[in-house]
Write a new protein. Structure first.
Length: 158
C-alpha cells in the first residue's frame, strides 16, 4: 500500500482556515509547545456544530470519517483516517478521571494560538486546560505528559 503524501502544515492551515472551532490536543499539541514526546496520530477537540466544516477541511487530504456527523454527535467522538489517523472528540464537555467537568466552550475561550508557519496558526488549549485534557483518560503516558506540562507551566510563570 502506498502511503499518502500528507502535508501536516497544509492540513493545519486548512483546519485553521475552515472556521471550525478546533483545538489540537494530545501529544501533537505538546510537540508544538516544544516538549520531547512522540506520537503517531492527531487529536482534536471540536465544537459539536463544526463537524462538517472540520471534515470539509480534512477532505482534500483524503481523511475519511468513521461516522456521519449525526452519529459522531451521538457518540461524542469519531476518527478521520487513511494512513494518517485523526481522533476527533466532539463532546460539549468531558469529565476527568477525578470527576472534574471540562467544557469545550471554556477551553476554547482560554485557547492559545501557536504559529507553525508565517501565515498559519493552530489553536491549542492553555497549558492548564491541556493538563485537564490529559486527565480525561490519565493513562501512564498522559501522566508523563502532565509532568512535562507542569514543568513548562512553571517556566512560563517565571
Amino acid at each position: 500500500m502506498k502511503g499518502s503524501e500528507f502535508d501536516e502544515l497544509r492540513f493545519f492551515a486548512a483546519v485553521s482556515a475552515s472556521g471550525a472551532r478546533a483545538l489540537l490536543i494530545g501529544r501533537r499539541a505538546l510537540v508544538l509547545l516544544g516538549l520531547p514526546v512522540l506520537t503517531v496520530d492527531y487529536d482534536f477537540w471540536l465544537h459539536v456544530d463544526d463537524i462538517e466544516a472540520f471534515n470539509a477541511a480534512a477532505s482534500p487530504f483524503e481523511l475519511l470519517p468513521s461516522h456521519t456527523a449525526a452519529e459522531a454527535r451521538g457518540r461524542g467522538r469519531y476518527v478521520l483516517q487513511n494512513d494518517e489517523i485523526v481522533d476527533v472528540l466532539v463532546a460539549r464537555s468531558v469529565t476527568t478521571v477525578d470527576g472534574v467537568r471540562v467544557a469545550f466552550d471554556d477551553v476554547w475561550n482560554g485557547r492559545r494560538s501557536v504559529s507553525i508557519a508565517l501565515s498559519t496558526t493552530i489553536a491549542i488549549p492553555s497549558i492548564p486546560d491541556l493538563i485537564s485534557t490529559k486527565r480525561f483518560a490519565a493513562r501512564p503516558k498522559d501522566l508523563d505528559d502532565i509532568r512535562l506540562l507542569e514543568v513548562l507551566r512553571a517556566k512560563e510563570s517565571r
